[in-house]
Design a protein around this ligand. Structure first.
Ligand SMILES: Nc1nc2c(c(=O)[nH]1)N[C@H]1C(S)=C(S)[C@@H](COP(=O)(O)OP(=O)(O)OC[C@H]3O[C@@H](n4cnc5c(N)ncnc54)[C@H](O)[C@@H]3O)O[C@H]1N2
Ligand code: MOO
Length: 538
């Protein structure tokens, strides 16, 4: 696991760059006083000393790539401690960022709209589901056979009773009549004899083949519920089963929390929507990825706009948007055409989260544009954007759509995973027999690892050890209906099938490498990345 000098110097250098930018943006400088308070801050001050985290798992050796922090020019070239400390004061710890995002919209269960059953799938009940009828709504036969009155043998009547008909005439003691499952039970009936448990003799008399008990195979009216009983509480996710239950209980429409609306603003002059990258232009990876992902998080995507690096267009788009959530991509840092912060300042938006202590994706932000409108600024690097989506957009949309928080789940690491000294890392993992196997190609600009991942492991500052349990964030398509709900087209479904079937092993193998203990062989041979494990964070 070791083999490379402690990366503190490199990280400090990278963090110093971040701090300089952040300070310019916010106009803030602390002048070098240690920043006390939270755990991370305390830890970061201590961990800035070179060599402090010798005990941490280290990235494997390998030449730096654009995704690795730059090597320092000399050991004395560290940024002053003050800037490093400022950085840790300004960013929000990852768990806190999720909490802030989840609380930002307030209580959304108060909003409701009535939608036809067919449109309610995936939404959340805004009111309890109360039975509008008894279930069953009449005494009904549970089996095909005969319905009888009194003790046998019985005289079998010539007629029969089918499901879907009105109340049949009453039976007299000693009478039997053929009955179908779901048909109404006549008055005075005492039991149903299943076809296979009765024998009709040549005189037309029915004899039971086994003991008959009073009321057998009759479902009494109200057995499941009485009209007015609460079947499901407010806040229940409408699954296909809930649709079935609601229909059975008499509903044509359901009161649901309306789907929050989202608008996606793709920033960047360098982005192409088709063809091969050329002359410094690259394909937009987020335009195709975000809308279905947002849908699977419960949003209705009302627009996707490509704005280039045009500040005025961004201003116009934000100030005229009717969406509950605006999602921007790129432009969160402080480059010459990174317009998100300046525009938010200009319109007086309230920055709720301005940078998160998470890798990748630390420049992500959350702003309140209006009391009922929020903006999530996703960094442009694609995996960093995923990190922002799961850290900020997911909890916000969960609250807006009234969905319950998923129960957190943990998996045991099958091998060590590198950590950042101060920040949480989100690392794509695949799950193998309840073990989380970290995937390679997890650099901030890479989607190759997460494309075959089952989830993102939440790696605490300092890293994770083999055998350690880590929280794993689910990817929404772990649930097939979430994909359907997201309006996935046939081609994508086919691709998903391919990735979940036998082919997955091969694909996943390509991302984990043949030997996950060292993980260097496959990638190096493939010549795809100078940093063999893609284990990099900037
Ligand atoms: N001086 C600093 N520079 C950077 C910092 C920093 O803290 N200080 N942070 C780096 C990190 S980390 C990230 S992440 C990015 C965030 O930058 P932006 O949000 O401003 O994003 P851009 O600069 O617009 O793009 C970054 C990168 O991603 C590519 N990109 C953008 N949009 C897309 C898209 N839709 N599909 C595919 N790729 C996209 C873009 O071409 C850039 O290569 O900033 C670092 N810099
Ligand atoms: O968000 Mo950046 O490294 O954190 O890609």
């Amino acid at each position: 696991m070791s083999g490379r000098p402690a990366p503190d110097a490199e990280l400090d250098e990278a963090l110093a760059l971040v701090n300089d930018d952040h300070d310019r943006r916010t106009g803030r400088r602390t002048g070098g006083a240690p920043v006390g308070g939270g755990d991370l801050r305390g830890a970061s001050a201590a961990s800035d000393a070179p060599g402090h985290d010798d005990a941490l798992p280290q990235p494997p050796s390998g030449p730096a790539t654009p995704d690795t922090p730059p090597a320092p020019a000399a050991s004395g070239s560290h940024a002053p401690a003050s800037t490093s400390q400022t950085k840790h004061r300004d960013t929000t710890p990852w768990p806190a960022a999720r909490t802030v995002a989840g609380r930002a919209p307030g209580n959304s269960l108060s909003g409701r709209s009535a939608v036809p059953l067919g449109q309610a799938l995936g939404l959340v009940l805004a009111a309890p589901l109360v039975a509008l009828t008894d279930l069953p709504s009449f005494d009904t036969s549970a089996m095909d056979g005969w319905v009888v009155a009194g003790p046998g043998p019985w005289d079998v009547r010539a007629d029969g009773i089918l499901a879907g008909h009105g109340q049949p005439g009453p039976l007299s003691d000693g009478e039997a009549v053929r009955i179908a499952t779901g048909a109404r039970i006549p008055q005075e009936a005492t039991a149903v004899i299943r076809s296979e448990h009765g024998l009709v003799d040549d005189k037309g008399r029915l004899h039971p083949r086994r003991d008959v008990t009073q009321g057998q195979d009759i479902r009494p009216r109200g057995q499941e519920c009485r009209s007015g009983d609460q079947l499901l509480p407010r806040g229940t996710l409408v699954t296909p089963v809930v649709l079935g239950l609601a229909a059975a209980a008499g509903y044509d429409e359901l009161a649901v929390v309306p789907r929050p609306t989202a608008e996606v603003l793709i920033l960047g002059d360098e982005l192409l929507t088709e063809g091969l990258p050329h002359e410094g232009l690259i394909r937009d990876a987020l335009g195709p990825m975000l809308p279905p992902w947002l849908r699977s998080l419960g949003a209705e995507v009302i627009a996707v706009r490509r704005l280039g690096d045009d500040a005025e267009a961004l201003h116009q788009a934000i100030t005229t948007s009717a969406a509950d959530l605006i999602v921007t991509t790129g432009g969160t840092a402080s480059g010459p055409v990174d317009h998100v912060h300046p525009i938010l300042r200009r319109i007086g938006a309230e920055l709720l989260v301005d940078g998160v202590a998470v890798r990748p994706g630390h420049p992500m932000l959350l702003a309140r544009v209006r009391p009922d409108q929020h903006l999530v600024g996703l960094p442009g690097n694609p995996l960093a954007a995923v990190s922002g989506l799961l850290t900020l957009a997911e909890p916000l949309l969960r609250t807006l759509s009234g969905r319950p928080a998923p129960s957190p789940y943990a998996a045991v690491l099958r091998e060590d995973v590198h950590g950042h000294p101060h920040d949480t890392r989100l690392v794509p993992v695949t799950l193998r027999a309840d073990h989380a196997v970290p995937l390679h190609y997890n650099g901030p600009a890479m989607l190759r690892g997460i494309a075959v991942a089952d989830g993102l492991a939440v790696v605490p500052p300092g890293g994770g050890r083999r055998g350690q349990e880590l929280e794993v964030l689910d990817l929404p398509w772990a649930l097939p209906e979430a994909l359907a709900e997201a309006g996935v087209e046939a081609g994508v479904e086919a691709a998903t099938e391919a990735a979940t079937g036998a082919a997955t092993e091969a694909v996943t193998e390509a991302a984990t490498g043949p030997s996950t203990s060292t993980g260097t062989g496959a990638n190096t041979r493939a010549g795809t990345n100078a940093d063999p494990a893609g284990e990099c964070f900037t």
